[in-house]
Design a protein around this ligand. Sequence first.
Ligand SMILES: [Zn+2]
Length: 495
Amino acid sequence: MLHNIRSLMLAGLALAAPVAASAQKKPAPKPQNAESAIHEADIKRDLFALAGDHFRGREGGTLDELKASVWLADQIRATGMLPAGDDGTYFQWFNLQRTRLSKASTLRIGTHEIKLNEDGAVTAPTNASITAPLVYVGTGSAAEIAKVDVKGKAVAVQIAGAPTDGISYRRYVFGKFAGQAGELVKAGAVAVVFVSDAASQALYDHWGHVFERGRYSLPGATSTKVVNTPPVIWLPASAASWVQQAGQQFTTELKVESFQYPSVNIVAKMPGTDAQLKKEYVLFSTHQDHDGVRAPIAGDSIYNGADDNATGCAALLAIMRAFKQQPGRRSALFVYQGSEERGLIGSTYFSAHPTVPQSSIVAVLNAEMMGRNVADSAALLGSTPPHMNSSDLVKTALSANQAGPKFKLDTEWDKPTHPEGWYFRSDHLPYARLGIPSIMYTSLLHVDYHTPRDEPSRIDYAKLTRMTQWMYLTGWAVANRTAPPAREPGFKLER
Ligand SMILES: [Zn+2]
């Protein structure tokens, strides 16, 4: 599951032509499903292996992601699924474009040499060469700003307060880097320096390191274009004592570097049994990457991503075993998307360059974080307008829930008013934007999200097994029905 601080520049992709309803005169009697082939013990074994320290958190675009992907392809082959990637392999390669501050960048405030990404962070990659006086404006209230001429100056602001409108504290603080900084830049500031207070220091300890990584996209995407805006810098609370001193100079040389390297999708299929319907695909989607090795928390630096998203990876392997035992009339396509955490990059690539005709994909069932929180509760994202692009598919999924695990469904997180924007943060999204009926199965957020504490020992395997059965039963129903799921007319996301 992707952080919600990244913007997804996917607008402008054309809607795909709808799939024509398949004209089956005499539907064959539906075969029995193979739900009993889905075993908790298999899921648990696969998850412990994939989310073990051996794979070092599987960061997108690293050898760790590649190693985990090769391991997954071996497991997939063992289930009996056929390769459906490039050139008869299980892999589809794509390049990431990464844009970040080069290590040659420097920052000095007064007598303080600030080592970037250790003593402070630049919140967006930008080229800059600035020498300017620093002014301190307290918390940056209108009254405080009115007392100072910020034009041509670097402006230091104390982070304080708390959100008042229901958004998370993280969004409140990160919102300042665009909102409050933007106002100061508009008033003529040449740089903005935010200093943590005690509350935001905890946030800095947890999130300060994310900026070092820079931005990722597919090559040529606008989201990694550098626009050279005045730098916004985030300092730890330890800077509060000296940053207020009058008469200090702010000096920085920031240089952006941009380069490409490969990431990978893993693609496999189980051909359908019906001569016509086998040309259509039910796509089971998940992502194999996570956040890699990062700043340690309580002595652990490996972000194992057990829930996010080894749960989805293990679930798909189990679903493959069921389809091997009993193939459906339509084909089943399994796509593990690389570099989801870097901005839904593998799914953006696969949805635009699928290894089967785009119009042959009748539904996307996406598995994202399915093994935490209360045992009998789960969520189906894409089941509420404006996120619902196929009420027909949702109906099938709800029936599968009743036939199988009978989860109590949380509908709050699918609402466009929900502050987390959960719907926009996983791999079904690029498919939905193309008009393909798409839903996400999830057990939602928890306190260990994107920390080294997201470990295999914290997963509820019985629940994960039931989530897997639910996905499978939905996919099975879609694979065997006569017509593909109908698309919602007038589907339009709120962003
Ligand atoms: Zn995630």
